[in-house]
Design a protein around this ligand. Structure first.
Ligand code: ASP
Ligand code: MG
Length: 452
């Protein structure tokens, strides 16, 4: 039987009702491993708890502890949890209490302590989800046993607390050795996303939103046939439906296209997190646990159809920085000097164009540019800053080898001022910069022309 790893995000774990619906989905899908996020909002609350404790704000600390406790206890009660699970939950709740008090007394919330504190979100939600799964499995007379797995026994990482890197080889080895009963289909494991453990036994986290990544790592670990990411939207859309009500869910998209789409605006999932699955040729389904009957979107290395334009994205709040100097004429090393400065300030650049004597780059979401950066740049060249721009990207295939595409695009928006065009570097992306207040209309027109 095909192996399946299913991941449920925070909103799919929102309350007992959501959990039971998600458990039902995992049953329908025959999941071998179910990876869960913390219940929605809990990771944020735990981070706040650490901050308040470190600052010594005792009443806020107490209020947060009560809030988190209540939320989980209500779910436990609604699920009619068994005594053992209630006890497991209460051990985790008192761990939270002790850690918060420790941080409060020391007035110190190190990254290491913060990781343990954050890990409680997934550790608690997985206890509750195990109950939900057992209820649903018993109701449907499923033979498979549901077990709770402490993911830290297999998901080993380095010790960069807060953003730990998984130790792939060790993980694969441990998964193949320790999870045989799930690989054989005897058992379904419920386990935590987002968290891991160093070889020395310290708890780590993989970075915010890390549960997708955990699921991809475990899918690679057991050699799964598919990975499913269950969220609260019915897949990846051709564009943001708030901009174009006509947008439709894409049935299949290649990993390369998905990477461009996510980088240039789509928020559903970050493809970097799918990397372990993609490199192991495991197709990934993105679908909604709220509407599981909808087909969702498959992200794969190879896909059936490769349309010229598959999707579009709008990235708002762009700044264009133009750096020019006549000294660049007929010399070398100018680009090096400029990019070295960006590197010194750890600034990531998205789109770039150059002419003989100038370079224009876009910067994302920067309210104020560091004056020191501008000063350093102006030592080598003249600098000009333009704000209130947005980046429109068209994502598809063979874009840079299709005659007439640019003409079609720009004819359609001939009354809209285009500030910069990036075309040629990628087969999968055509993007240009326009004024912030024209972005929406640009997408609407192009979506109508190229998609529907
Ligand atoms: N609970 C973690 C977070 O909110 C991880 C996740 O949900 O993916 O960042
Ligand atoms: Mg999440």
């Amino acid at each position: 039987m095909a192996l399946v790893v299913s991941k449920f995000g925070g909103t799919s774990m929102g309350d007992a009702h959501c959990m039971l619906r998600s458990a039902d989905v995992s049953l329908q899908r025959n999941s071998n491993i179910v990876v869960v996020s913390a219940t929605s909002g809990t990771t944020n609350d735990l981070i706040k708890l650490g901050e308040m404790a470190e600052k010594g704000h005792l009443s806020e600390v107490e209020a947060l502890i009560v809030k988190i406790k209540n939320k989980h206890q209500v779910i436990a009660k609604d699920l009619k949890s068994d005594t053992q699970s209630l006890q497991d939950l209460s051990i985790l709740l008192s761990e939270m209490d002790s850690i918060a008090r420790g941080i409060y007394l020391l007035r110190d919330c190190s990254l290491k302590a913060k990781d343990v504190l954050m890990s409680l979100g997934e550790r608690m939600s997985s206890v509750l989800f195990t109950v939900a799964m057992r209820n649903v499995y018993a109701q449907q007379k499923q033979k498979r046993e549901v077990k709770l797995l402490d993911v830290r026994t297999v998901l080993k990482t380095d010790d960069q607390f807060g953003k730990a890197k998984p130790l792939t080889e060790a993980i694969i080895k441990l998964c193949r050795e320790n999870l045989k009963d799930c690989i054989s289909g005897q058992t379904t494991y419920v386990t935590q996303g987002f968290i891991g453990q160093t070889l020395a036994g310290a708890t780590t986290t993989l970075g915010r939103g890390g549960s997708d990544y955990s699921a991809a790592i475990l899918a690679e670990g057991i050699g799964s046939d598919t990975l499913e990411i269950w969220t609260d939207v019915a897949g990846v859309a051709t564009t943001d439906p708030r901009i174009c009500p006509d947008a439709v869910v894409i049935d299949e998209i290649s990993f390369k296209e998905m990477s461009e789409l996510a980088t240039f605006g789509a928020k559903v999932l970050h493809p970097a997190t799918l990397l372990p699955a993609i490199r192991s040729h495991i197709p990934v389904l993105v679908a909604s646990s709220f509407e599981p009957e909808k087909p969702g979107t498959w992200v794969k290395k190879e896909v059936g159809a490769s349309p010229l334009i598959r999707a579009m994205a709008l990235r708002r709040k762009q700044t264009l920085l133009t750096v020019s100097t006549p000294e660049m004429l007929q010399t070398h090393g100018f680009l090096y000097k400029i990019f070295k400065i960006f590197n010194d300030y750890k600034i990531s650049i998205d789109a770039i164009t150059t002419s003989e004597i100038s370079v224009a780059v876009t910067l994302d979401n920067i309210d104020t540019i560091n004056p020191a950066l501008l000063e350093d740049l102006s030592k080598v060249a003249e600098v000009n800053v333009e704000k209130d721009l947005c980046l429109v990207s068209l994502i598809g295939n063979n874009i840079n080898h299709t005659p007439g595409l640019a003409k079609k695009i720009f004819e359609n928006i001939s009354d809209i001022n285009v500030r910069m065009i990036c075309y040629g570097a990628s087969k999968h992306n055509f993007c240009f910069l326009t004024q912030e207040d024209k972005g929406q209309e640009t997408i609407q027109r192009l979506h109508k022309q190229f998609i529907r």
